[in-house]
Design a protein. Structure first.
Length: 185
């Protein structure tokens, strides 16, 4: 049990009963403490303010789930922790996207010849035109959204094995275009 339980529970209960003015008071009482909690869990300290905003929105939107018999401060800390985990996942996704773009640039600029890079880029673009709508969606989800094959399968309503096969086919088509400048089937 935290030392803030009674004070925080009082504000949360008033907020739960409809006194929206107590949200500002709750924020003023807890923001510094929850900022420390957020710093503990986020990968990037610059995300702390965003995590707190997200956490307070979650608290506000889920106030009906608050149980006044439990420690409200601990409940809020758990929400901050979950918001930090969400921010960390977004950061990992962004980093994976940036890594993909950097790797793509490395493939395009391995030999430092700009003309070859432009031609390879054109081949990549042509290769993607040769795929159907579902393959384009699978490619986007995998390489731009960093979704797992299982997540993609759920979104496009097919088996994970089928998604895996399609990804291999897409990679093969792109590789053929990059190597030969035209599609070979």
């Amino acid at each position: 049990m935290s030392r803030y339980k009674s004070k925080v529970n009082r504000y949360l209960l008033q907020l739960q009963r409809g006194d929206k003015k107590k949200f500002d008071v709750l924020y003023n009482v807890t923001a510094n403490h929850l900022g420390v909690v957020a710093k503990r869990y986020v990968y990037n300290e610059a995300d702390v303010d965003d995590v707190l905003i997200d956490a307070y929105m979650r608290i506000y939107n889920s106030i009906s789930a608050f149980d006044a018999h439990k420690d409200g401060y601990n409940w809020m800390c758990k929400i901050v922790q979950n918001a930090a985990f969400t921010a960390n996942a977004a950061l990992r996704k962004k980093q994976a996207h940036e890594t993909f773009l950097a790797d793509t640039a490395n493939v395009l600029y391995d030999d430092d010849q700009r003309l070859d890079a432009v031609l390879q880029g054109m081949c990549f673009s042509q290769a993607m035109r040769e795929t159907d709508k579902t393959d384009k969606q699978i490619f986007y989800l995998r390489f731009y959204e960093n979704a797992s094959e299982r997540e993609i399968a759920h979104q496009v309503d097919m088996s994970a094995a089928n998604v895996h096969k399609r990804l291999k086919k897409i990679e093969k088509v792109i590789k053929i275009f990059w190597q030969n400048g035209k599609q070979k089937r």
